[in-house]
Design a binder for this molecule. Structure first.
Ligand SMILES: [Zn+2]
Ligand SMILES: [Zn+2]
Ligand SMILES: [Zn+2]
Length: 261
């Protein structure tokens, strides 16, 4: 499978509008962070050269992320939770509908789907005029049970994000866990023998709803993936400086980072 980090930034992105700090004024492309999202191509079992194209979250930067990374098709979207920085790009799925003449499947837990229905009420309102301007999606509610899409098995992982509950996803030897500040003990079972983990690490200072870098290092070492990338990074963090200080096997993610597993 192939993974592209479409965005590695916190909810406001980096640079933050009007901010003159060192990260926001950095010329290093790795300090330019769109809102968090990932694109995955997973091989469909028993079908040679056929890939399932998955998008994790539709960030407010979704359109730009598709253009920058030359992603032109999506089969299904997995939503981690309903916070605006993770859902706001959903309307732009219209271009996938039109380009490929298809409806896109959307997977999320009940609470996330409920909030998506409130935020994007026009998509679900039978009275909305459907003249091509409305996303075509099939919503599928998931729980904590494993599920599969075109034979690709996906395991939801449930964890805390302050008062909110978020789903991460394990696909093969890869797991993606953004917006996290506490992983329940029982969920560590699902995270054994990972080749790559993407995990939330907002900044150095503690935060009530996100792992700090030190907390994320502790959780990463407990999980023990061969390689861990930190994401959802704010402007307190300067890529090169912070990256040098991380233990072996842990690095900061950055926009357009791509890897194969
Ligand atoms: Zn977020
Ligand atoms: Zn700044
Ligand atoms: Zn969030």
């Amino acid at each position: 499978m192939k993974v592209i980090i479409l965005g590695s930034g916190t909810s406001q992105g980096v640079p933050i509008v009007g901010c003159k700090c060192a990260a926001c004024t950095s010329t290093n492309p790795k300090d330019k962070r769109l809102r968090v999202s990932a694109y995955i191509e997973a091989e469909i079992p028993k079908e040679n050269d056929k890939y399932l194209r998955l998008l994790i979250d539709t960030s407010p930067d979704f359109r730009q992320q598709m253009l920058i990374n030359n992603v032109v098709d999506i089969d299904a979207i997995l939503f981690t939770h309903y916070h605006i920085d993770h859902i706001m790009g959903l309307d732009d799925i219209r271009q996938i509908n039109q380009l490929h003449k298809k409806t896109v499947d959307v997977y999320a837990n009940g609470e996330t789907l409920e909030r998506i229905k409130q935020t994007f009420s026009y998509i679900f309102d039978k009275n909305t005029y459907r003249g091509g301007g409305i996303p075509k999606i099939n919503v599928k509610e998931i729980g904590l049970d494993k599920f599969s899409i075109s034979g690709v098995e996906i395991t939801p992982i449930e964890y805390r994000h302050g008062p909110a509950t978020v789903y991460g996803f394990r696909i093969g030897d890869f797991a993606y866990m953004t917006d996290c500040n506490k992983i329940p003990e029982k969920e560590y079972e699902k995270l054994k023998n990972l080749k790559v983990l993407v995990l939330d690490a907002l900044r150095y200072r503690p935060h009530p709803t996100h792992f700090s870098i030190d907390e994320a290092i502790e959780a990463s070492q407990k999980i023990g993936a061969a390689q861990t990338y930190f994401t959802h990074i704010t402007h307190d963090v300067i890529h090169d400086k912070a990256n040098q200080r991380l233990p072996k096997g842990i690095e900061l993610a950055y926009d357009r980072l791509a890897f194969e597993i």
